[in-house]
Design a protein around this ligand. Structure first.
Ligand code: FES
Length: 147
């Protein structure tokens, strides 16, 4: 049995500490906003925050998250919408949408540490992959959320 803190609530779980956090979120807790893409830490579809830092939850065990504050896309905005989500909506970023929760989590973590990132800093800070190629709109939304 282990306990994690997710989106401000504590959860006691009967899971192997070695299980990736991604599967605990999706399968044990039913939170499907965090996506599975590559399963190898490469694409970023599974990005969540652990103590405010962007983490790829497919290669991060639930045991590593014990004692930290985890935030998934479902808990990002205090009133249901985070400023980054609002900027995303305004810029019409998604195409298929699959990678976007991870993108938003990566962008929110970047902006928390660097409220006014340059294009280079955005490129270095958000390395998630979008197969639809929405990168220009992602940059636009990040710049607009930064204002
Ligand atoms: Fe985790 Fe691709 S699914 S990085």
């Amino acid at each position: 049995m282990l306990e994690i803190e997710l989106n401000g609530a504590k959860h006691r779980l009967d899971v192997d500490p070695a299980v990736p956090l991604l599967w605990v979120l999706r399968d044990s807790l039913g939170l499907k906003g965090t996506k599975f893409g590559c399963g190898a830490g490469l694409c970023g579809a599974c990005t969540v925050h652990v103590d405010g830092a962007a983490v790829r939850s497919c290669v991060y065990s639930v045991g590593q998250a014990v004692g930290s504050k985890i935030t998934s896309i479902e808990g990002l905005g205090e009133s249901g919408e985070h400023p980054v989500q609002a900027a995303w909506r305004e810029a019409g970023v998604p195409q298929c949408g699959y990678c976007q929760p991870g993108m938003i989590m990566a962008a929110a973590a970047l902006l928390k540490n660097n409220p006014s990132p340059s294009d280079d800093e955005i490129a270095q800070g958000v390395t998630n992959i979008c197969r639809c190629g929405t990168y220009n709109r992602i940059r636009k939304a990040i710049r607009s959320a930064a204002e």
